[in-house]
Design a protein around this ligand. Structure first.
Ligand code: IPE
Ligand code: IPE
Ligand code: MG
Length: 263
């Protein structure tokens, strides 16, 4: 069964249910540097990073988050050595098989975004199987971004919309922000409220460019293999203290400004 924190448990961790993000997206970076700093091959960093994934997924479910999107492989990561990619495909395949039991126990639904045509067939088949098995779960939506690139996703959306316009199924004037969102791989998901990047890099590396418009950003120097539930809660606490304005004013300031604007 899904083990959710009670309000008092959340409070003892310094968290509050109504100050939690609904959707957290993570750029899991620094596996190579973690391994290098220990004189280990890069793949050891990726391997160890799987334990971090497990820890963060369980914590996200316990906190009652709606969605966790993890950047597992970017479109650009195909530039890496074939052996590293081979090993990453192997890890992905093993992960989606090994986690089935836990995902079912915790009511987690596994989904994915990104291209599928370049993935190794065996990994793709197991990924699809886990997606199907967990499709009816109503807890956390764990979305894996695999062979994902935001620009590629936007190009595909533009092509799909243009095709509909050409076929007379849609008018140009009807194209709105919602139309674009609905044609992305993330269609139906809320935009991320918080984006975490590990290993200190201050960039988005082609991740969810459209969807991150108003996400709060949190970057830590900790390498992904060392990032666990504790560091995740630290990010959640930072998010809780943020003041999101979405281009407007703070509510109390908005009230006083509208009064003074009348004078
Ligand atoms: C992130 O770690 C995992 C993937 C991109 C697959 P890296 O492999 O990018 O680790 P660094 O950035 O080289 O340390
Ligand atoms: C981003 O990390 C992609 C993933 C974490 C899957 P990279 O390590 O590929 O990003 P850059 O190359 O440092 O921008
Ligand atoms: Mg990296």
């Amino acid at each position: 069964m899904e083990q959710r924190y009670s309000d008092s448990e959340l409070a003892s961790l310094g968290l509050k249910a109504d100050r939690l993000p609904g959707h957290v997206a993570i750029i899991m970076d620094g596996n190579g540097r973690w391994a290098r700093s220990r004189g280990l091959p890069r793949i050891e960093g990726h391997r160890r990073g799987v334990a971090s994934v497990r820890s963060v997924v369980e914590e996200a479910a316990r906190c009652g988050l709606r969605q966790l999107t993890l950047y597992c492989l970017s479109s650009e990561n195909w530039k890496r050595p074939p052996l590293e990619l081979e090993l990453l495909m192997g890890l992905l395949k093993r992960f989606v098989v090994a986690e089935r039991k836990l995902l079912m126990e915790q009511g987690i639904r596994l989904t994915s975004i990104g291209r599928t045509d370049r993935l190794h067939k065996g990994a793709l088949a197991e990924l699809q199987k886990t997606r199907e098995i967990t499709a009816g779960n109503s807890g956390l939506n764990l979305c894996l971004a695999i062979d994902y690139g935001a620009r590629d996703e936007i190009v595909t959306a533009v092509k799909d919309i243009a095709t509909k316009v050409r076929a007379g199924e849609m008018k140009i004037e009807e194209i709105s922000e919602e139309t674009i969102s609905a044609h992305l791989g993330t269609a139906g998901s809320p935009d991320p409220d918080l984006m975490i990047r590990t290993a200190g890099e201050m960039r988005v590396s082609n991740f969810l460019l459209w969807q991150l418009s108003y996400a709060e950003l949190w970057v830590t120097d900790v390498f992904w293999p060392d990032f666990r539930d504790e560091q995740f809660r630290e990010a959640l606490k930072s998010f809780a203290a943020r003041d999101r304005r979405f281009g407007g004013l703070k509510p109390e300031l908005a009230a006083s400004q509208s009064e003074s604007a009348q004078h």
